[in-house]
Design a protein around this ligand. Structure first.
Ligand code: ZN
Length: 91
């Protein structure tokens, strides 16, 4: 079951490959957008519109800076993914 990550300033959804495919289609193979390795579990980072493996997500979060001007894009991406996951009953 996908879940919204709480306690951080960014909008992030923790999900797995099955849930990723439910949104992106069966061709999605769960490749981390940072390290390029396949990862069954990962994080959708709305502000980057990217899927990261747990290791890359952790290191990104440590160094990421929040820019308020990115909020409209982040909100748009996040709301789309949230809606799609709700539609397929995974959130
Ligand atoms: Zn990675």
């Amino acid at each position: 079951m996908a879940e919204i990550v709480t306690g951080i300033k960014f909008k992030v959804i923790k999900l797995n490959l099955v849930e990723l495919q439910a949104v992106e289609g069966g061709y999605a193979i769960g490749i981390c957008d940072s390290c390029g390795k396949p990862s069954f579990d990962g994080y959708y980072i709305a502000v980057l519109n990217s899927y990261y493996c747990p290791e890359c997500f952790k290191s990104w979060l440590r160094r990421a800076t929040y820019f308020p001007e990115d909020k409209p894009i982040e909100d748009r991406n996040f709301n789309y993914w949230k809606q799609q996951l709700e539609k397929v009953g995974n959130l």
